[in-house]
Each structure stands twice: as structure tokens, then as C-alpha cells.
Design a protein around this ligand. Structure first.
Ligand code: CA2
Length: 144
């Protein structure tokens, strides 16, 4: 059974509680439940994590090198700032899918730059919570 690490960056623990017009009404727990449900249909064992701390995300990416065949990551605001995430992801050998709930290219200009995209096999933005499920479906193709 393939193991997938799904990582979520800062403030995504607030999903569903504020800004539904931008990020939708699902909570992060709702997203985790739907990822686990589709993941079990696709034969994936899933580790689902959220942190507000950059170093914690780096630690989980490093753990994924030993545990996981692929990473799905919504780095949230660290998307636009983090060379540490870039470097950690560079050391991961499998596919990496970057997910954003909102279309970062239709928002403020400073959100258009992603330090994660150069390390990603695919980028999904603007599909809301469904983006995580699309990422799992893509991994099903890539890992089969
Ligand atoms: O669209 C996305 O998924 C983002 O990664 C979300 C980040 C943002 O900084 C990125 O540019 C795009 C922000 C996540 C914060 O989520 C909140 C949820 C509810 C209330 C406040 C923030």
C-alpha cells in the first residue's frame, strides 16, 4: 500500500471558521476525512498534518523521505517565502503536488510567486477542497 504525506501550512487550522468566500466552508478536519475516504478507495495509507511552524513542516518532509512515496502540500503563506521548504522538498525523491484552495494567480501579486512550485510535479489552485482529491487521483496515476 502506498503511503502519502499530506501537509498543511500556517493558519489552515482556521479553515471553515473565517473567510469562506476565499477558502470555502470546509474545515481542515472535513478535508482530512474526505482525503482518508478517497485514499482508502485508491489504496493509500495517509499521514495528514497541519502546522503553523516552518521547521515542523521541514521535519515532516524529511520524515516523508523514509515513509512516503509522495507528498501533497498546501504550504499556505510559506509558499511565498520559504527557501527552507524548497530545500527540504528538493531532497524528496517521489512526486510532490502543490495544492492551493484559492487561485493564487488571481490574487495579490505577491501570492503569484511560489518557492514550492519548482519542486512540484503538479500544481492545483482554485479548486477549493476538491484540489486535495484531484491531487490524490493524480498520484494514483503516477504511482501505479
Ligand atoms: O489558497 C490557499 O490554499 C493558500 O495556500 C492559503 C494561504 C495563503 O497564504 C496562500 O496564499 C494561498 C492562507 C491560509 C490561511 O487560511 C485561513 C483560513 C481561514 C481564515 C484565515 C486564514
Amino acid at each position: 500500500m502506498a503511503h502519502i504525506t499530506i501537509l498543511n501550512g500556517p493558519n489552515l487550522n482556521l479553515l471553515g471558521k473565517r473567510k469562506p468566500e476565499v477558502y470555502g466552508s470546509d474545515t481542515l478536519a472535513d478535508i482530512e476525512t474526505s482525503c482518508r475516504s478517497l485514499g482508502s478507495e485508491l489504496g493509500f495509507d495517509i499521514r495528514f498534518e497541519q502546522s503553523n511552524h516552518e521547521g515542523q513542516l521541514v521535519d515532516w518532509i524529511q520524515q516523508a523521505r523514509e515513509q512516503s512515496q509522495a507528498i501533497i502540500i498546501n504550504p499556505a503563506a510559506y509558499t511565498h517565502t520559504s527557501i527552507a521548504l524548497y530545500d527540504a522538498l528538493e531532497a524528496f525523491d517521489g512526486p510532490i503536488i502543490e495544492v492551493h484552495l484559492s487561485n493564487i494567480h488571481a490574487r495579490e501579486e505577491w501570492r503569484h510567486k511560489s518557492y514550492v512550485s519548482p519542486q512540484a510535479s503538479a500544481i492545483i489552485a482554485g479548486c477549493g477542497a476538491q484540489g486535495y482529491l484531484l491531487a490524490l487521483q493524480r498520484l494514483s496515476t503516477l504511482l501505479s
